[in-house]
Design a protein around this ligand. Structure first.
Ligand code: ARG
Ligand code: ZN
Length: 851
């Protein structure tokens, strides 16, 4: 059953008030709902209440038993008037809910996840985001097992009950769609704090976790308070309730959820201390805390009319969290990380069978559209508006959007309209970014008429065909461009070019010296740039460009060109890469965090993306060869860097983070050189580390080798952290990502390890998700990697379809591989599709992946 964007109809009935009454119990929870509904103008008289796996135990309309019927999982009522009170009662079993959607049990607590369509697993309701209602929620539970009872909004009452039970009542004054409903019941401890908003409202902040974990919530609390202040200053957005709670749960399908006033988080995005969390974990926690907090405006105060508009809230909120993180540390490094993530996850999606526009046109299961395209490309699209309009005009557009649509369920179109109305800019063509899928390719050719004369930059764009979209129109592509003089090393010209036709020619008058082209600076547009810049041009830019992103990019392009030549021709001149890395490594003006990013080789997967036919074995071989050469040729430099950034007491700040990162990157190159003393150096780092970043960094380096030190470190790590699930996930992932020859067998063994479980999504992704991204072993020519993944998908699908479906995309890349591998990948997809009992989540992903 396919849902089409064009079929949107406003709801027949609206809900003004909802009163929910929960008698909570893991085995059998009774849910009573009282909905005050009114007919939406002249619409249908039949009221359709969505349900999923629910059986009504009682249905009353205006206090009297009513006639009702089921239409599949939905409950239908023929209503006669224009306003009624509808009451239903159901019983659900949270402990048996392995999908982790709706109300479920996790490590002794009860919690909810409703976005996008989980609320219908709790009670009958018009479960669509354009039905906004005010909620009152009464919770009742055993007082000893569930001493804490939380829901959205303000706590308005509570007390003891006979039989060791107690109750609490919560009221959310803001109308909201059902997907933002949440409740939590459990034995939780609280890190309590307060924040005073700029207009003087005092907000009680609470981060709720298991009793022993409170000490690991301080970083998240700091991030929350910083986010609240940042949104006031950067977007003029102030918090609106007097309570803001966050709860961390161990079993969660994705990162976190922005339920009004009661965010629920995967515990990996809350819990941190130096001994158990890496710098990357710390950064991710701050980013996700900020993301969910920012949703209070971009998502909750202004929500989405329908799920096709998902990028309206997600793209915008990702941009906002990226801007926040950039402001907390190094903007350049943050941009590099975000672009690397986009290229690793979104570019492959955009060039494969699951490609879709940031505002999709159809879906079978909406859960499959929480994608890198909707999130990350969505953020890039809004970032282009920021580039095109400039920060002040962009802010004016954002202000207008929030004022105009506050309390409404809006569309992407309305967002663009607000940007147009606030700035007078014509964004007609820009709308193509919402409707066309595929990553545009821009060819850039720079020529000079004569020495000292005019330079011309020829630009050509092509948007590739994607499923359902064979022909594309040219898109408006904002490209920040500069020319640098190769002799003087200075910037000759700089401008923003908006390429909105298939071709354009830009002229630069009287260019005094031979120019080098810097293009798509700061990654101003999410496109692939193809240029014929020579190794010398790229090496020059990697040393002289004044835009740090462009400088990183020049180095990456130089490495890619060298690797791709080496893979195709068997031999490439690696001297320019070695020289460029040496120069970067020894440039005293560069900070360590940037250097660490710049000298990293592109991933095997990204190299594969540059090839017509991916050859996983050769890619790994040639890449390892270059790593080894860099390790050997620059051995002294790596060792100097390693010593210079030696740890001297842990602190979490940008400088210390950069030092840790560069140190472990250097250790990796030292190991690649094959020097015999490196395993012992790594083991020393591992053993002496006073923080997880250094410890895991050393473990990761050791895990790629075959030394006895490797076994020692893995065993020590396991012994030390076996009772900490989040850290144990790292132990699993490190092995699943190893470059060793035996990683496929190791991955198969890991899923039989006593600590492995299919029911915890973090653990599943730690092994199976990680392995499926480890290009060489996953693409073993025998097809055993594909079979392993398909086996796991089918097993997980019986428990948790949403999480199973997220594992499918690596199999969909078959078009990019040789015939043998393509046939084996297709074979597994066909086997999945032919499985008799299959969720629609996995069916949609697997059948579309077959193309
Ligand atoms: N809205 C949540 C967030 O971005 C994520 C919800 C994901 N839901 C899903 N079915 N994948 O913060
Ligand atoms: Zn989000």
């Amino acid at each position: 059953h396919v849902i089409h964007r064009g079929d949107y109809r406003p709801p027949d009935w609206l809900v003004d008030e909802v009163a929910l009454d929960f008698a909570l119990d893991p085995e059998a929870t009774r849910v009573k709902a009282r909905l005050s509904v009114h007919r939406n103008g002249a619409h249908e008289r039949v009221l359709r209440l969505d349900g999923d796996g629910l059986t009504p135990r009682a249905v009353r309309v205006d206090g009297a038993d009513a006639d009702w019927r089921m239409d599949g999982p939905a409950l239908l009522l023929d209503l006669t008037g224009d306003a009624h009170v509808v009451e239903t009662e159901v019983e659900i079993a949270p402990a048996a809910n392995t999908q982790l959607m709706g109300l479920y049990a996790s490590a002794g607590l009860l919690c909810t996840q409703c976005e996008p369509e989980g609320f219908r697993r709790i009670t009958f309701f018009p479960d669509r985001p354009d039905v906004l209602a005010r909620y009152t929620v009464r919770l009742e539970a055993d007082a000893r097992r569930f001493p804490v009872l939380l829901a959205n909004g303000d706590h308005v009452g509570g007390g003891e009950l006979p039989g060791g039970r107690h109750w609490a009542e919560w009221r959310d004054p803001f109308p909201k769609p059902a997907y933002l409903f949440a409740l939590v019941a459990g034995d939780l401890a609280c890190n309590a704090d307060t924040f005073t908003t700029r207009s003087g409202r005092e907000v009680q902040l609470g981060i709720w976790v298991a009793a022993g974990d409170v000490e690991r919530t301080h970083h998240a609390m700091r991030a929350l308070k910083t986010s609240m202040a940042w949104d006031e200053q950067a977007y003029g957005r102030e918090y609106d309730l007097s309570i803001f709670n966050i709860v961390a749960v161990a079993d969660f399908n994705f990162g976190a959820m922005e339920n009004k006033g009661l965010n629920i988080f995967n515990s990996r995005y809350i819990l941190a201390d130096p001994d158990t969390a890496t710098d990357a974990d710390y950064d991710a926690i701050a980013a996700v805390v900020a993301h969910e907090y920012f949703h209070n405006w971009s998502g909750n105060r202004v929500t989405c009319r329908d799920w096709f508009q998902l990028s309206l809230k997600e793209g915008f909120t990702v941009l906002r969290d990226q801007q926040f993180s950039a402001d907390q540390g190094s903007p350049a490094v943050k941009r590099i990380e975000d672009v690397r993530a986009l290229r690793a996850a979104q570019f492959p999606e955009d060039s494969g069978p699951l490609a879709h526009p940031i505002r999709p046109d159809q879906y079978i299961e909406i859960s499959n559209f929480y994608t890198p395209t909707v999130y990350n490309k969505g953020a890039e699209v809004i970032r282009m508006l920021l580039v095109l309009l400039g920060p002040e005009r962009f802010r004016a557009g954002s202000d207008l959007y929030f004022t105009r649509h506050d309390g409404e369920a809006a569309t992407c179109e309305q967002f663009i309209q607000a940007m147009e109305d606030a700035t007078g800019e014509d964004l007609a063509k820009f709308r193509l970014w919402y409707s066309q899928a595929g990553t545009p390719r821009v060819r850039a050719t720079l020529t000079q008429d004569a020495p000292g004369g005019r330079a011309r930059l020829r630009l050509d764009q092509a948007v590739p065909a994607t499923p359902g979209q064979p022909d594309k129109q040219p898109m408006p592509i904002p490209l920040r461009i500069a020319l640098f003089g190769q002799a003087s090393g200075t910037k000759i010209a700089e401008q923003l070019v908006v390429l909105d036709e298939s071709h354009a020619e830009i002229l630069f008058d009287a260019v005094p010296e031979q120019p080098a082209l810097s293009i798509n600076r700061g990654f101003s547009a999410p496109v692939i740039v193809e240029s014929d810049r020579s190794a010398a041009d790229l090496a020059f830019l990697s040393a002289h460009d004044d835009d740090p992103f462009a400088r990183y990019e020049a180095m990456q392009q130089l490495m890619i060109d060298t690797l791709v030549t080496g893979i195709a021709a068997g031999d490439a001149d690696i001297a320019p890469v070695i020289e460029a890395v040496r120069r970067t490594l020894t440039d005293p003006a560069l900070d360590a965090a940037f250097v660490a990013e710049a000298v990293l080789l592109p991933s095997e997967a990204f190299i594969g993306d540059q090839m017509l036919v991916v050859d996983p074995e050769r890619i790994a071989l040639v890449r390892e060869g270059l790593r080894a050469a860099l390790g050997r040729e620059l051995e002294d430099d790596w060792r100097t860097v390693y010593e210079r950034h030696a740890a001297n007491g842990y602190d979490y700040n940008p400088t210390a983070k950069g030092a840790r990162r560069l140190r472990t990157v250097a250790l990796g190159f030292m190991a690649a050189s094959g020097a015999k003393d490196v395993p012992q150096i790594a083991l020393d780092q591992f053993a002496r580390a006073d923080n997880m970043t250094d410890r895991q960094g050393a473990l990761g380096v050791l895990a790629n080798g075959y030394s006895p030190e490797r076994e020692e470190a893995l065993a020590a790590f396991y012994a030390r952290y076996r009772d900490n699930p989040l850290v144990l996930d790292k132990w699993f992932t490190t092995q699943a990502l190893s470059t060793r020859e035996d990683t496929l067998d190791v991955a198969k063994a890991l899923v039989r390890h006593p600590d492995f479980t299919l029911s915890n999504p973090n653990r599943l992704r730690a092994v199976v998700g990680a392995f499926s991204l480890n290009q060489r072993p996953f693409h073993a020519a025998s097809g055993a990697g594909y079979r392993f993944l398909a086996d796991m998908i089918l097993e997980v699908d019986r428990l948790n379809p949403q999480t199973a479906a997220k594992l499918v995309p690596p199999l969909g890349r078959w078009r990019r591989f040789d015939e043998g591998r393509a046939a084996l990948m297709r074979g597994q997809l066909e086997r999945i599709v032919a499985t008799p009992v299959l969720s629609k989540d996995v069916f949609e992903q697997a059948s579309k992946s077959l193309g």
